[in-house]
Design a protein around this ligand. Structure first.
Ligand code: FPP
Length: 238
């Protein structure tokens, strides 16, 4: 029996996928095995969002800080990303999901970068939803780049400073066109945003679970949706 969808599901879920390393360590496995299992959780959550008609999903797959990890781990993660894109593109086609990416994509190695471009191009007309991968992503970096572009437009005389609104900033971010996340899920218990979507998460409901990302499946997903359904969203009002 499929689970009934909870009332008022979020339209956009963002996820900080944390705990792959600890999951592997607890089993006496190399960290890479944790990332492999984490990629399987990515496949699962894409399916779950499609099943529950949640159109937008954004996953923090690699932060700007993650470049500082040991070279072998970075290379393994990049290879995993490339393989994931190759193998899972068919799921995106099946569910009519468009692939989008945010972050300093120019820093990605040629293999995953090429695969990313290919899948984004191949899925660009799908309209049932979007899967956004945050890759080499840092929110402060994204906001800084947006401010720089706004300043350049002002210098060129295309925009007057007094015309700059919140909407101007939002439309210069890499998430322009996407609705803001309604729900942020963070796995493995850490209570922080880690430079993820600081602007866009202003009014999101936060859900932190001790569950490690590779263990995040249907049951945990349902718990998150149920908790979200119980929240009273006031957006600063009463
Ligand atoms: C955090 O776990 C996870 C990451 C840094 C990378 C997330 C990557 C994946 C889920 C797999 C590949 C992604 C895709 C899109 C195929 P951690 O290593 O920081 O865990 P720890 O805090 O327990 O060490």
């Amino acid at each position: 029996m499929p689970d009934p969808a909870p009332p008022n599901p979020p339209r956009h879920i963002a996820v900080i996928m944390d705990g792959n390393g600890r999951w592997a360590q607890a089993r006496g496995l190399p960290r890479l095995e944790g990332h492999r299992a984490g990629a399987e959780s990515v496949r699962r959550i894409v399916e779950l969002c499609s099943e529950f008609k949640i159109p937008h999903l954004t996953l923090y797959a690699f932060s700007t800080e993650n470049w500082n990890r040991p070279r072998a781990e970075v290379e393994a993660l990049m290879l995993l990303l490339e393989r994931f894109l190759k193998e899972r593109a068919k799921d995106l086609h099946k569910h009519k999901i468009r692939l989008h990416a945010i972050g300093q994509l120019e820093r990605l190695p040629a293999g995953p970068a090429g695969e990313l471009r290919r899948v984004m191009e191949a899925t660009r007309l799908h309209a049932a939803g979007t899967l956004t991968l945050a890759l080499s992503y840092g929110s402060r970096d994204e906001i800084t780049a947006a401010v720089r572009r706004i300043a350049e437009e002002a210098v060129r005389g295309e925009l007057r400073p007094e015309e700059i609104t919140e909407d101007t900033v939002a439309t210069h971010l890499q998430t322009a066109g996407l609705p803001e996340p309604d729900l942020l899920i963070r796995t493995s218990g850490e209570m922080r945003l880690s430079n993820f979507m600081l602007w866009q998460l202003s009014y999101a409901e936060l859900y932190v679970t001790p569950c490690l990302w590779p263990d995040f499946g249907r049951e945990e997903f349902m718990l998150a949706l149920e908790e979200y359904g119980r929240r009273k969203r006031r957006f600063g009002g009463v």
